[in-house]
Design a protein around this ligand. Structure first.
Ligand code: C2E
Ligand code: CA
Ligand code: CA
Length: 554
């Protein structure tokens, strides 16, 4: 446990600083039950009985400061006298004396409230008796780090936001980079010491500023502070402390913070934490960054989206969008088909993957322009090949609103004289579920014309099985997320096996996406799969490379 050390001068300054924030800030020796008075030179004397303030004639049952000193952890407790509740936060510290020796004492930060005031307030525990308060403490606080447990943190945050409705607040989350690696390298005991160390640092910030601190899970902590008390410097100092105390030659300990200014107090508290976490993730792999703000992230994202939208149409006209082809293979590696996937080529020749621009194009209802282009490229390619390969293209849910999908696709096949059977149409599960009345009739018309309909990303939606009941699609593309899970769990394998058997019984072809290893391939073959798409066979390739790899040998 690393208990903070203070000189008597620092301690006096600290107490002075706490004056306006608490009704009482003092240092006590909990074994003697006495209040300490100090000068600036490391000398002290024992003063009045500490429990005298709540008019108790004897030492307190379960004294929070005694437990704090014994365990090295922050403790809280309530005492009551007449209609007053004394909420005591006890923090164990070491006082450095004139002779250089240290002396174990506790800082007590006391808030005094009238009983009726604390109802519904964060200090609602004050209404309970002392033993209830001890039980409640265990229920509310994480035993390892003495910070609030996740649910209690959410509850107390909500209570504080409601109670001080005019106040402005900040939600901060903290996370240790690659903490799992630290645990693997040094063991759980050292890992726990890191968590306690970080919790101490964070609690120091919240105690000084009357905020609260909780451990959400694992190495993820959250802090609630008033906006006026929020400063980046203590966070940076805490990260620096952790970095210097726990890094080693093989591991650099790096703490990151995400900050969300609570502009909308009505949203659920976990969502506030998510927003802080979203900001945090933007610097997750950056060893040099410490703090990221949600607001900055939104502004940055907005700028990126603006840039995408403003340059999209010109890029399409200038031929800076191309299609890559990724093969779909049989167990022996023979290509049966391929999926056309969009790529945006930067001015410097670098390739931008679709995940960076497709969500933005979808949001702005621009995606149909790109999809129409991709469909035409695919159909032209099919027309140019002298073989029986088929190609599949993606249809975005938004396309059904912006285009007559049936008319555009069937016209393209007519124009290039390509049989409809050679173009496969991938529609995501979610698109089908979101608006069945719009999508189903179009799908039926396309199927009647001879196009093969594939349900894309199967297994990621909400009602995958229900979909199979209602829609007679021809092909089921099982999402790669499904495959990731099956590596470890027997249950997932059983589910996957059932989906495969069911799809077969329904007369559907199955393609499993994301096959990366021979182990996965063999396991899927044993389950009865015959078509695979994944890096094990090939990544998506520029058309010339795809043709060289596959068409030369066919
Ligand atoms: P998708 O339709 O599920 O396409 C398959 C994605 O999985 C491709 O990513 C492919 O590179 C990736 N993939 C294939 N095998 C593996 C594997 O073994 N391991 C891993 N980790 N990934 C694999 P890509 O090309 O980045 O496309 C991402 C998504 O973007 C596509 O997911 C699709 O939803 C969308 N997309 C791509 N092109 C278009 C398009 O022209 N129109 C529309 N509407 N969406 C498109
Ligand atoms: Ca797809
Ligand atoms: Ca897919």
């Amino acid at each position: 446990m690393n208990t903070t050390e203070y000189t008597t001068k620092e301690m006096k300054d600290f107490l002075a600083n706490m004056k306006g924030k608490y009704d009482l800030a003092r240092v006590v020796d909990p074994t003697e039950c006495r209040i300490l008075t100090m000068n600036d030179n490391g000398q002290f004397s024992l003063g009045e009985r500490c429990y005298g303030i709540w008019q108790s004639g004897q030492r307190c049952v379960n004294c929070s400061s005694a437990i704090a000193c014994k365990t090295g952890c922050h403790r809280e407790k309530n005492e009551r006298f007449q209609d007053q509740i004394y909420h005591i936060e006890s923090k164990p510290v070491k006082l450095i004396l004139a002779d250089g020796e240290t002396y174990d004492v506790a800082i007590e930060l006391v808030s005094i409230r009238k009983e009726e005031e604390v109802t519904g307030h964060v200090n609602e525990r004050a209404l309970e008796d002392i033993s209830d308060s001890a039980i409640r403490y265990l229920a509310d606080y994480d035993t390892l780090t003495s910070t609030l447990k996740e649910e209690s943190f959410y509850e107390k945050t909500r209570a504080m936001l409601n109670h001080e409705a005019d106040e402005e607040w900040m939600m901060i989350t903290a996370d240790i980079l690659q903490f799992r690696l630290f645990n693997n390298l040094f063991g759980v005991e050292k890992g726990n010491a890191v968590l306690v160390g970080l919790a101490d640092q964070l609690r120091e910030i919240t105690i000084k500023n009357l905020g609260i601190c909780g451990r959400l899970r694992g190495d993820k902590f959250a802090l609630l502070l008033r906006k006026k008390d929020f400063h980046e410097e203590p966070l940076i100092k805490a990260a620096h402390f952790m970095n210097t105390h726990f890094s080693s030659g093989v591991y650099t300990l790096c703490v990151h913070f995400g900050v969300y200014e609570i502009t909308d107090k009505a949203i659920p508290v976990p969502l506030m934490c998510d927003r802080a976490n979203m900001a945090l993730r933007t610097i997750h792999s950056n060893l040099n960054a410490t703090i990221a703000h949600f607001e900055d992230m939104i502004i940055r994202q907005g700028l990126i989206e603006q840039e995408i939208l403003s340059s999209f149409e010109k890029s399409l006209e200038d031929g800076r969008f191309v299609i890559y082809l990724q093969s779909i293979n049989n167990p022996n590696g023979k290509p049966l088909s391929a999926e056309a996937l969009a790529r945006w080529i930067n001015e410097d020749g670098s390739v931008i993957p679709p995940d960076s621009f497709i969500p933005t194009l979808e949001k702005a209802s621009f995606i149909h322009k790109l999809d129409k282009f991709v469909w035409e490229q695919a159909v032209r390619k099919l027309a140019s090949w002298d073989n029986d390969l088929t190609l599949s293209v993606n249809i975005s849910p938004k396309d059904f609103y912006c285009l007559d999908v049936y008319d555009v696709i069937s016209s393209l096949c007519r124009q290039y004289n390509v049989p409809c059977e050679r173009l496969r149409l991938e529609i995501t599960e979610s698109a089908m579920i979101e608006n069945p009345s719009k999508v189903y009739p179009v799908i039926e018309k396309l199927q009647n014309a001879g196009f093969l309909i594939e349900i894309d990303d199967f297994g990621t939606g909400q009602s995958s099985l229900g979909l199979l009941k209602d829609l007679k699609a021809d092909v089921l593309k099982i999402d790669r997320a499904f495959l990731r899970e099956t590596e470890n769990t027997r249950r997932s394998q059983i589910i996957l096996q059932s989906v495969i058997s069911m799809a077969k019984d329904l007369g559907m072809q199955i393609i499993v996406e994301g096959v990366e290893t021979s182990k996965q391939l063999n396991s899927l073959i044993s389950m009865g799969c015959e078509c695979f798409q994944g890096f094990y066979f090939s990544r998506p390739l520029p058309i010339p490379e795809f043709e060289e790899k596959y068409l030369a040998v066919r």
